[in-house]
Design a protein. Sequence first.
Length: 219
Amino acid sequence: MRPEVFDVVNKHDHVVGRRFRADVHRLGLMHRAVHVLVFNAKGHLYLQKRSHHKDTFPGAWDSSASGHLGTGETYDPCALRELHEEIGVVPKRAPQRLFKVDACVETGQEFVWVYTLLHDGPFRINPAEVEFASFFRAEDVDRWMAERPRDFADAFRLIWKWYRHGRPKPKPKKASKPPTSRKPPMRPLAKRRPLPKRRATAKPAKHRSSARVKSKRRR
């Protein structure tokens, strides 16, 4: 069997490269997957117990059908393929989209589109993918998950929580304040040094006029 190749994506879910499945999981690279929730006419959810040969969450309970997108594949064709490969369901068109989960720790760094499908059977289980599958009431799944959460795959726990209680609202981003023009700080005025006091100088003696000196000499 040839090793699977996945598209590696960035935080915006844009393809940036290709890697083998083992490398993607080992390195924690972001990639793509689908989950399909199949309900019957009574509103019961069809759950599968993953094969013990799976490399992630072997033997855990999971969505009705789920899987990775192959390289060059898009979400809707992948959802149809996984329904056929895992539980033998062949819808005429792609199932209805519910919501998208961004890549995170719970999904194993997968961007996941979640789908829903109304189908009462029949099913054809692929033993290489699925060990067992059955319908469960939604209330029973809630109670089971609350009591034994580790019975379920991490991604399905998150998906079921969002399906039952709604997708959490994103936190509002803090409005960035417009940049204000700051005036440079005023430098303190330098203290003026007092001017040195002028010393008093003796006034020069007034010279007598030469006429008075001559008159004194004559006397």
